[in-house]
Design a protein. Structure first.
Lengths: 292, 415
């Protein structure tokens, strides 16, 4: 029982970080119908930037998020204007796959040139520390990462539900034509949505760099997991992505600890296939637009 | 107009991506020229290396070894007066890409010789392609049983012992411990890889024969990013000793998991990853390496043929200290040395001469004096290395040891 509970704790903590990573991806799809396969590469870029600030300027990775997120938000807006906006809306889903894949390869190449392809690891003074709570080990880095993920996701939720910008964004998700007729600047909302997506990726990257060694090619494993998470949760559903990420984290950890590590990664995909057979739109997805 | 903008945007992205990906180290050729080796037609040697992907750390180390050898041999006049030109391509650590690369190097680039990639996983497919075209494959890092099980006469693994035997010195060392000091229980966790898991399997059999009880065993796939749940299961089994069949990233993740769960076994052996003198402490923290055992085929203080020259030239070219040289660089350098030795002895440097020559006698290199069986498996033995006082050092057998082995392993953070 102790082993099971410890595995669930580990899974929830890991799932929280994946939830943060996936939130930007599902946001981009919900708002713009863009399948951003560069999200993994952007997370890795965030990990490298945070690593640089930590090793060169001794800025804590959590603090670096405050500096990097606004910059990457602006970069995301520029990327949307240059690469995504020119895509025809009726072909956007298909073409965005190609364009963002090219972006992912470009980011990977750029990182390889700058940082080389060796693995890196952001080792903070608290990286090795953990709390003992009733006999269960809670890694400080993972708890901080989980709390940060929760904070950002709650912030994202508040922005989406309580602010004028959030209402515009949700209106755009539900029906871009009607939103435009009601005076919403859909293009601007889309650009900000992509910027927001990149800002969350940067935050997730800073956390990722503390948890696992990474190199420019780490985005391949990441994006396959993230796409699976948002498909399971329902494309465009923020709540669905969070539930799916936590589910994936717990499933893998429990399976690895209780049954076999050999099949732990496959378990999630078996569940994914089963759910898609029964509910093709995912757990919280909608057949129609407007699930965010 | 709108369609044109779409095409323009897409074109810009694709060109940018292709350019950057190419710059990222996908391929390079190095004609390590010198004044001494300007005559003669270049001897082009093709190699596919894992410059990106899971094996990029050791792949880069192998690249440094090959390039250093090419520089050294060219400075000395080349091979039989021919300057060596390396054609290096990236396989992204993929067994599929490595096949394409060697096929392309041999049939399109028409290289004179090919040498091996990094890891058993990639050497098996590479050896098959090389064999099909009658090329020798002198290789630095494909020493797992799957390579020798191919029964190809063109393969020569340039390390003292087959990879499968990597754990033998550790087993031999454990046998020297008194009954009180010997571990009673062991756990085994390995990467699903033809290099890694066979080592742990062999050690498990040897330890079980000694009466050491197996309390847990698992094999995890390479895509397992977080190994903490696996470590949690190991910790719950409370083994005296952990034997990890690791490569590189998974070794880092295992240690990180153990540190965070405050699980420090009395004895910890890792087949690879922990053997990298620079990369390992930089990934797991220099305070967390103390007392970890690994195996080694090469060490900077070795008296083997040309080793002092290799160590000196390496530090001159790449900086650092001798203790920071990755053994994979020495392995790659030794591959070049053997080609050079065959050319010197026979006056020829074609594939058939290399194959027939290396199958006869013992050949000196920085990896020691090596001879091979018909399948390319070397006939010597490795040594046991341990992180002692923050440095990776040989500790067994006593003839190669620079210091006494430390056990039980100190707690994490005590380095």
């Amino acid at each position: 029982m102790h082993l099971l509970i410890q595995a669930i704790i580990l899974g929830l903590l890991a799932g929280g970080v994946y939830a943060l990573m996936a939130s930007g991806l599902t946001l981009a799809f919900g708002v713009m119908k863009v399948i951003n396969v560069a999200q993994g590469a952007m997370i890795v870029a965030g990990a490298f930037l945070s690593y640089t600030l930590f090793t060169q300027l001794h800025i804590d990775p959590f603090v670096s998020i405050v500096l990097l997120a606004p910059l990457m938000f602006a970069f995301g807006v520029v990327l949307q204007l240059v690469f995504i906006r020119p895509l025809r809306s009726d072909e956007r889903e298909e073409l965005s796959l190609l364009v963002t894949w090219a972006l992912a390869l470009g980011i990977e190449g750029l990182l390889s040139v700058i940082y080389k392809t060796n693995y890196r690891s952001t080792i903070t003074s608290y990286a090795d520390k953990s709390w003992n709570v009733l006999g269960y080990r809670l890694s400080e880095v993972r708890v901080f990462a989980f709390l940060l993920s929760a904070l950002i996701i709650v912030g994202l939720y508040v922005v989406l539900t309580r602010s004028e910008f959030g209402r515009s964004m949700r209106a755009t998700v539900q029906n871009p034509t009607s939103a435009r007729l009601l005076g919403v600047n859909v293009e601007r909302v889309s650009a900000f949505g992509f910027g927001l997506s990149l800002a969350t990726a940067t935050a997730a990257g800073a956390v990722f760099g503390m948890i696992q060694p990474f190199n420019p090619g780490s985005h391949y494993d990441l994006i396959s997991r993230l796409l699976s998470i948002i498909v399971l949760g329902g494309l465009g559903s923020l709540g669905g992505a969070i539930i799916a990420a936590l589910f994936m984290g717990v499933t893998e950890a429990v399976f690895a600890a209780e049954i076999s590590a050999t099949w732990s990664s496959s378990t999630f995909f078996i569940v994914l296939i089963a759910i898609l057979l029964l509910r093709p739109q995912g757990l919280f997805g909608s057949v129609e637009r407007g699930a965010l | 107009m709108r369609r044109f903008r779409v095409q323009l945007a897409f074109g810009v992205v694709v060109v940018l991506a292709a350019t950057l990906a190419a710059c990222g180290g996908s391929s390079s050729s190095s004609n390590s020229s010198s004044t001494a080796a300007k005559s003669g037609k270049p001897l082009t040697i093709g190699v596919s290396l894992s410059l990106t992907g899971d094996f990029s750390d050791p792949g880069q180390a192998a690249k440094r070894g090959y390039q250093l050898w090419a520089d050294t041999v060219n400075a000395a006049g080349g091979i039989n007066g021919r300057p060596v030109k390396l054609k290096i391509v990236d396989d992204a650590s993929s067994p599929n890409q490595v096949v394409t690369n060697y096929q392309s190097l041999i049939t399109r680039d028409k290289v004179d010789l090919v040498v091996g990639p990094f890891s058993t996983l990639l050497t098996g497919p590479a050896a098959t392609v090389a064999h099909r075209y009658g090329y020798a494959l002198v290789e630095p890092a494909g020493g797992g049983p799957k390579v020798f099980a191919l029964h190809l006469n063109n393969v020569f693994f340039v390390q003292p012992a087959p990879t499968l035997n990597c754990g033998d010195p550790f087993v031999a060392y454990i046998k020297t411990l008194s009954a009180a000091d010997r571990p009673k229980t062991a756990a085994y966790a390995s990467l699903d890889d033809p290099f890694s898991s066979p080592i742990a399997d062999r050690m498990q059999k040897q330890f079980e024969a000694m009466g050491i009880k197996t309390v847990y065993k698992t094999i995890y796939p390479s895509e397992t990013g977080d190994l903490t749940p696996v470590v949690e299961k190991i910790a719950a089994a409370k083994p005296d000793m952990v034997v990890s069949g690791t490569q590189s990233q998974d070794a880092y993740n295992q240690v990180k998991g153990m540190v965070q769960l405050h699980f420090s076994p009395k004895l910890l052996f890792m087949s690879n990853g922990a053997s990298s003198p620079v990369e390992f402490p930089s990934k797991v923290g220099k305070n967390n390496v103390e007392g970890i055992f690994t195996c080694g085929d090469w060490f900077p203080t070795s008296k083997a043929n040309g080793n002092a020259q290799f160590v000196s030239a390496y530090n001159q070219k790449y900086g650092g200290t001798p203790l920071e040289i990755d053994s994979t660089s020495a392995e790659a350098y030794a591959v070049g040395q053997l080609i050079e030795a065959v050319a010197k002895k026979t006056g020829k440097v074609d594939n058939q001469t290399i194959i027939s020559s290396l199958h006869n006698g013992t050949w000196p290199s920085v990896e020691g004096n090596i001879s091979w069986n018909a399948d390319g498996a070397p006939q010597g033995s490795d040594m046991l290395l341990e992180w002692v006082n923050g440095k990776l050092q040989p500790v067994y057998p006593p003839s190669a040891a620079l210091t006494q082995p430390v056990q039980p392993k100190p707690n994490w953070g005590s380095g």
